[in-house]
Design a protein. Structure first.
Length: 234
């Protein structure tokens, strides 16, 4: 099968499963945004993914996002940064992205705010939460967020739209479900007395192995990579 057809088929399959999981949680497919994570593939495959209707793309490494964005800058897409951002890379990243999903400290949020202010823009961000037991993951600690939301609310050039997490590497689907449910509960609790500038509507959670579980736990954004590229050889 030609590569573009394979990708079209993979995208359709993922969209069907998203719709089914959304329906199972009483929502519609439109309530869940698919971000296609392109970190494994090159520009030709990315073009095929965009051709198959995925116009929101995610990269976890800033430098790779910069080069991918340049390689397909003739296409209308929205880039989401989904991995750790060092403060010295903020300025270069900001003009390229529609959203930074992986803001994991107040210092980073402040740096984004400052750079956004200089260029007169308001940058949509999500707050990454370290919800699992994994020691290696970035993110705000859940208790830390209670205290930090007030400070974050003072940053006028970022728009905080919700929370993001990755499930722990161990623990399988049951562990992932527990982590996703914990993020949703945290969101619900924070929302109850959240500063009015902050809207915690979005929950970005779920990847190829667990996006259906995430949607059933309330995900509004899923970040899917490898499932879109099954059977695709470059
Ligand atoms: C790579 C990555 C994904 C996608 O992972 P797949 O398992 O390939 O779907 C999602 N989120 C983040 C933060 C990632 O780094």
């Amino acid at each position: 099968m030609p590569q573009a057809d394979r990708i079209t088929e993979n995208v359709a399959g993922v969209r069907e499963r998203i719709a089914a999981a959304a329906a199972a949680s009483g929502r519609s497919a439109d309530d869940v945004t698919l971000v296609a994570v392109t970190k494994y593939v090159g520009p030709n495959v990315i073009r095929a993914v965009v051709g198959a209707g995925c116009t929101r793309l995610g990269e976890s490494r800033p430098q790779q996002l910069w080069s991918r964005a340049a390689e397909i800058d003739d296409l209308r897409v929205e880039w989401h940064l989904i991995g750790h951002l060092q403060r010295n890379k903020v300025q270069r990243t900001l003009p390229l992205v529609a959203m930074i999903q992986s803001v994991d400290s107040l210092r980073l949020a402040a740096a984004i705010n400052e750079a956004a202010a200089v260029s007169g823009r308001i940058t949509p961000i999500l707050l990454e939460v370290h919800i699992s037991d994994d020691a290696s993951k970035h993110g705000f600690e859940p208790d830390e967020l209670d205290r930090t939301l007030q400070d974050l609310a003072g940053l006028e050039h970022v728009r905080i739209g919700g929370l993001m997490c990755m499930a722990g590497l161990e623990g399988g689907l049951a562990g992932a479900q527990r982590d996703f449910a914990a993020l949703r509960r945290l969101r619900d609790r924070l929302r109850a007395n959240c500063p009015p500038q902050i809207d915690l509507r979005e929950l970005s959670m779920g990847m190829s192995g667990d996006y259906e579980v995430a949607i059933r736990e309330g995900a509004t954004i899923v970040r899917v990579g490898s499932a879109l590229f099954e059977g695709v050889v470059e």
